[in-house]
Every structure is written in structure tokens, then in C-alpha cells.
Design a protein around this ligand. Structure first.
Ligand SMILES: *Cc1c(COP(=O)(O)O)cnc(C)c1O
Ligand code: SF4
Length: 350
């Protein structure tokens, strides 16, 4: 192996991420009057954003849609009924530590609690991760569990962000997974190729390309401004390694809650070789209520998208509900689309 994690360009960018509110405000020439609230909210959930992502923000604009995703705000301190610390009730499960099995055939592995960026709306903002790194001991238990359950055909690496881990460790994990005969797919849920496009380097490409498992990478971008030419390059390298690329977004007030922005996001994702997969309704996590978009408005937004985009560029609007056999599909559905009359003619084709 020629990987030297200590000197990998992405590793340096990760460790040099902005972590102080004052530093971010200064970097973007924003008024210091934003600082006291930012400091207060930072105490609840730490600011963290790499320069590669900050570079895509507009200087001097406190409402920039990328900035809104990462800047701690006073609104986070408000207690709002219905917004809780653990909305998905993920901390009350039993079972193998580090493994979440909610849906048939798919097993989700929590690889690490660390992320490249701390997103203010994250449902894991209060998640009780006890360590930053997945430990081998825990992975061994998870791998034994997977090997024993032949109903599982897909392993989902999640976190935190699994691509925060070094490629040496990931390659080893991927290797141990591909030795489990009933596994077919390796899915990776990550924001890193968007946040630090340099993360997609030779070492990452290599273990993905070498795996027997089909690799599906689910990226996470919420706004078209996140997808610049560097991200496009990262997507190209992932495609070259043989990965299938999908994207999931979260519907966020003041970030992407209009049909034009969401449609532009879909178009730009496709330009980069990525298909829109899910648009999530916000999980009601405390501190994120100011991002909430009502289900009614969300349905209308997706119906509007469906009326102007090809079907494969309209993401599925979903909500996560504890105890359901799959994510709950909210839209597109036939009823809502009827409101956009021009669609009615299309049904005649079938
Ligand atoms: C979302 C999720 C999955 C994947 O569901 P898909 O609908 O296949 O994308 C699997 N496990 C858990 C725990 C999840 O939250
Ligand atoms: S888990 Fe995903 S959404 Fe949450 S902070 Fe990390 S990168 Fe952001």
C-alpha cells in the first residue's frame, strides 16, 4: 500500500476545518453581531466546516444556503414541542452494537461518529457516540452477525461519515465484507465527496474498483451551489471506479425549499452522473425546528418538480417513521400531480 494517511491532501483539509464561529464569520466577512448567538448554539453542537465547502459560499451573505447548513444560530436554542433529542428512537434498540437493522435485507453499520462537516439539521446532532472511531472489536461482532444472517444482501456503511476513516481501514473492512458470500452490495452513505472532493483519491478508487461487491454511493447535497466542477471531478472518479451514484437531500427552509432550487439541484446532479434518490422531510430533532417545512408544502414542491422534470430527476419525498418496514413515501403521488393540469394528458400514453 502506498497510502500514507498522515499526508493525504484530504486528511489535511479535514483537520484544518473551521471550528470556531469567529473564524467563519471573519472568513466570510459577516457582521460580528452574529457571534454571540453562534457561540451559544455552538456549545450544543460544535461548528465544523472545511474550507473546500466554505469556498462555495457567497462572501458577505448571512443567508447563503450553504452557510445556513453549518452556522450555529440562536434559533437552535428554542425548545419546540415535538422536536426531540432522538426522533428516530435509534438509541433504544438492542441487538449487535454498531449495527442498525430496520429494513429487510439491508444492514446498516455505524462505522464512526465523526463527520467532515457538522450539519445543523442533522438528526444525529445529539447521538451518543462514545468514540470517534469504529473499533475492530466492534466490527468483528458486526461482521460475525452479518455472516450468520443470510437474509442480508446489502451492507450500508453509515455514521457519522464512513469516509472520514482512512482507506487502509476501509479497504480491510470492504475485504472482510466481500468474503461473506451472501452479500452482494456495499452501500456507502457519505457527504465527503461533496464537502471535500479531494477525498476521492487513488486509494479510495482502488478499493472500490477491486471489490467483488457492487458499490452504491449515496451522496448528500442539498443545494445546487454545492456542486461545483471539483465535485463533478470527484463524481467522475467514483464512476470510473465502478460505483453507482445516488444523492439524498433534506428539505430545509431557507436552503432549498422552492421548486426552482430543487429542480436545479436535480439537473446539476445528473450533469455530474448522480441520480436524485431521496428528499427527506426533516427529522424533528431539537435545535432544528427553524428548518422545518410542512408536509403539505413539501408535497406541493415535489408535485411541481414532477411537472417539470423527467421522472428520474424527481426524488422520492420520504419520511422516516419508527417501526415502519421502509421509509414512508409521501410524494410524488397521483393525487397531488392532478393539480398540475398539464400532466393529465400524459396518462393517455399508457
Ligand atoms: C434509510 C435506511 C436504510 C436504507 O433504506 P433504503 O430505502 O434502501 O434507502 C437502511 N437502514 C436504515 C436503518 C435506514 O435508516
Ligand atoms: S451525519 Fe451527515 S447530515 Fe449529519 S452531520 Fe454528519 S454529514 Fe451532516
Amino acid at each position: 500500500m502506498i497510502t500514507n494517511p498522515a499526508t493525504a491532501a484530504w486528511r489535511r483539509q479535514l483537520s484544518e476545518a473551521i471550528q470556531r464561529p469567529a473564524q467563519l464569520l471573519e472568513r466570510l466577512q459577516l457582521p460580528p453581531s452574529l457571534l454571540p448567538d453562534a457561540m451559544a448554539a455552538d456549545k450544543l453542537f460544535r461548528l465544523r466546516v472545511p474550507e473546500a465547502f466554505v469556498r462555495r459560499m457567497r462572501v458577505g451573505d448571512p443567508d447563503d444556503p450553504l452557510l445556513r447548513q453549518v452556522l450555529p444560530l440562536g434559533a437552535e436554542l428554542r425548545r419546540v414541542p415535538g422536536f426531540d433529542e432522538d426522533p428516530l428512537q435509534e438509541t433504544v434498540r438492542g441487538g449487535t452494537p454498531g449495527v442498525i437493522e430496520k429494513y429487510h435485507g439491508r444492514s446498516l453499520l455505524i462505522t464512526t461518529g465523526a463527520c467532515a462537516v457538522n450539519c445543523r439539521y442533522c438528526f444525529r446532532r445529539h447521538f451518543p457516540y462514545h468514540q470517534e472511531r469504529g473499533e475492530d472489536g466492534r466490527w468483528s461482532a458486526a461482521l460475525r452477525h452479518l455472516a450468520a444472517d443470510e437474509t442480508v444482501s446489502e451492507v450500508i456503511l453509515s455514521g457519522g461519515d464512513p469516509l472520514v476513516l482512512d482507506d487502509g481501514r476501509l479497504a480491510e473492512l470492504a475485504d472482510r465484507l466481500q468474503n461473506i458470500p451472501h452479500l452482494k452490495r456495499l452501500r456507502i452513505h457519505t457527504r465527503l465527496p461533496v464537502v471535500i472532493p479531494d477525498r476521492v483519491d487513488d486509494a479510495l478508487q482502488r478499493w472500490i474498483a477491486e471489490s467483488r461487491l457492487k458499490t452504491v454511493m449515496v451522496l448528500h447535497a442539498n443545494h445546487p451551489n454545492e456542486l461545483d466542477t471539483e465535485v463533478q471531478g470527484a463524481a467522475e472518479r467514483l464512476l470510473a471506479a465502478g460505483a453507482t451514484l445516488l444523492n439524498q437531500s433534506v428539505l430545509l427552509a431557507g436552503v432549498n425549499d422552492d421548486a426552482g432550487t430543487l429542480s436545479a439541484l436535480s439537473e446539476r446532479l445528473f450533469d455530474a452522473g448522480v441520480l436524485p434518490y431521496y428528499l427527506h422531510l426533516l427529522d424533528p430533532v431539537s435545535g432544528a425546528a427553524h428548518f422545518d417545512v410542512s408536509e403539505h408544502r413539501a408535497r406541493r414542491l415535489v408535485a411541481e418538480m414532477a411537472a417539470r422534470l423527467p421522472g428520474y430527476l424527481t426524488p422520492k419525498l420520504v419520511r422516516e417513521e419508527p417501526g415502519e418496514p421502509s421509509k414512508t413515501l409521501i410524494a410524488p403521488d397521483s393525487q397531488e400531480s392532478e393539480e398540475f393540469g398539464q400532466n393529465a394528458a400524459v396518462t393517455g400514453i399508457f
